[in-house]
Ligand binder design. Sequence first.
Ligand SMILES: CC(=O)N[C@H]1[C@H]([C@H](O)[C@H](O)CO)O[C@](O)(C(=O)O)C[C@@H]1O
Length: 312
Amino acid sequence: MMNNTPPIRYQRKITGMSAILLPMLSSTKIDWPGFRDHVARTSDAGLVPAVNMDTGYGNLISKEQRLAVLKETQHVTDGRPFIAGAFVGDQSGDALNMDAYRSRMDEIMSCGGKPVIFQSYGLTEQSGDGVLEAYSQIGKHSGGFYAFELGEMFAPFGAIYDLDVYEKLIQIPECLGAKHSSLNRQLEWQRLAIRDSVRPDFMVLTGNDLAIDMVMYGSDYLLGLSTFAPAEFAKRDAMWESGDNDFYQLNDLLQYLGFLTFRSPVPAYKHNAAQFLKARGWIETSRTYPGSPTRPDCDVAILTEILERLEA
Ligand SMILES: CC(=O)N[C@H]1[C@H]([C@H](O)[C@H](O)CO)O[C@](O)(C(=O)O)C[C@@H]1O
């Protein structure tokens, strides 16, 4: 075993959470049938749908759209679990806007979902103690929530916490798990070691679309990539649990899809997702929300080839 590389945990049960693409009919119209079908498909596959995340343009859509997404999701999931992004937009230098977090959480909880707390300047520009106090207030307000560490390369308000902060964060009883998006295996492995020692039931949710095999080491996942192929992700996870070596080949193909679609500029992965779901016949158009970057049309041919291999 290499230094600090954790052991592989064969045949563990993996929990998959999948950030749902918000499909568009035009720049202003959401493809609601396409959205509902995709939430149902994800939940039916055994993954937990995550709505109003980045993949759902959570920081771009209007309040009406955000609430409609929650209502539709509540209806489709019909008592099965779902989670939703709680995003609070602010500026560097702003104080923590706890009222805004509370009202985002209320919107989600009133529809039966659990919130995923997006970071904000007001949250991350505090001392470690301030950050922990904020999460503990969030915990008291929620009946259970997920934290989200986001590298600064993704968002200027993001932060990867010091390990001592992380160790205390994961002991907040209402904090059920935390998505880790640093794209760094070492940092995630450190989190797994802390989790194992202080709170084994806590979920380290990998957000690393470039290392989806982190599940072999004990991570669960909350990915954008799985929205391209929820059933195939569920199949891969089931193979791991049953000890089926075909896991590796399916994982490799899904990872190839991840490297292609999460290439620079990363936010354009949402256009690839729409191209892919359209190629699957699942949504009407490959349009993205206004302001979201796009990929060239020639990506469709490569995506279609991957799709053929996935469906073979
Ligand atoms: C590497 C990584 O973190 N990828 C994740 C991205 C980024 O966090 C986000 O694009 C940053 O803005 O967000 C998601 O798509 C999402 O929330 O829907 C999930 C995806 O797995």
